[in-house]
Design a protein around this ligand. Structure first.
Ligand code: BV8
Length: 244
């Protein structure tokens, strides 16, 4: 089918706020992770080279927080999975989160641009493996046997986000851009809304967040409140009436 006849794509960019009601900490809210830890000390390549144990202990602990939260997808995750099932065109979730809640809610097209919890990567051979085990400077790569080269398979500050080519292609086909539960502080994710609007002047951009993020002028519509109360009715509205 020629591109012009395909219905416009829908993209949902999600951040830590969509998982907050599933019991997972955000980063920049009161009590959030970056309020309690200095990201320069635990989420950069320099930190890794400076003190591997400190970085690995931080991620061992945050992973335990995920599991302790008995996390389960909430109504917002489930609404996006419903949108993907019911909308006639393409629906893609681009998430900055490393948790698996979108997949557990039933979303099929999910791009983890900052990596995923439960995956580790060897800095020596590059192999990515599934693993929930704690990492330490003594950990041995199951593939090349290098010692102390295993890290979480996530994107630190200063590193290239993952799947950027696929993201660029998805943004080009986007007619409705939803920004859900993200402060819009972190780039390049925070710039995607502009990328969509530059490519498609008729694209609509909607921000669904607990509170204003300071990026209001980039969006046509703003829906404030907890994601479990805002996302399901918005999805129902789009499925019933579209979004023009
Ligand atoms: C890059 C790791 C180049 C995984 C994360 C110097 C050198 C190099 C780069 C830079 C530099 N200076 C600045 C940069 C760019 C930098 C950046 O943006 N820094 C910021 C701090 C200024 N970006 C990078 O370094 C990125 N790489 O630029 O490489 C490049 C660029 C383009 C192309 C090629 C190469 C890499 C960024 C990734 C860093 N890794 N995480 C992990 O530990 O989880 S980022 C981290 O922040 C998480 O991934 C998180 O998802 C992300 C964004 O945060 P949010 O998800 O938005 O969470 P936050 O707490 O901030 O906000 C939550 C929101 O939810 C709030 O607004 C709140 O109101 C709302 N909320 C709360 N409760 C609810 C709710 N909403 C709805 N319902 C609720 N119930």
């Amino acid at each position: 089918m020629h591109q012009d006849f395909l219905p416009p794509g829908i993209v949902a960019l999600t951040g830590a706020g969509i998982s907050k009601e599933s019991g997972i900490d955000t980063f920049r809210d009161e009590g959030g992770l970056w309020q309690r830890f200095d990201l320069e000390e635990v989420a950069t390549m320099e930190a890794w080279h400076r003190d591997k144990k400190k970085v690995l202990d931080f991620y061992n602990d945050t992973r335990r927080m995920f599991r302790a939260a008995h996390m389960a997808p909430n109504a917002a995750h489930k609404a996006l999975a419903l949108l993907e099932r019911k909308y006639e065109g393409e629906v893609t979730v681009i998430t900055q989160n490393i948790d698996p809640l979108h997949e557990q809610a039933g979303s099929q097209r999910v791009i983890h641009m900052h990596g995923r919890d439960g995956e580790i990567r060897c800095m020596s051979c590059g192999t990515v493996t599934e693993s929930d085990a704690d990492l330490s400077p003594a950990s041995v790569c199951p593939h090349c046997k290098a010692v102390g080269e295993l890290r979480p398979n996530i994107v630190w500050f200063g590193e290239m986000p993952m799947h950027m080519d696929e993201i660029d292609a998805v943004l080009e086909r986007c007619g409705l851009f939803l920004s859900i539960g993200t402060s819009g502080d972190v780039y390049p994710a925070a710039g995607f809304v502009l990328q969509v609007r530059r490519h498609n002047r008729r694209a609509r951009a909607v921000e669904l967040n607990l509170e204003p993020t300071g990026n209001e002028t980039l969006f046509h519509e703003h829906i404030y409140g907890p994601a479990t109360l805002t996302v399901p009715p918005y999805v129902e509205r789009v499925l019933a009436y579209g979004w023009k």
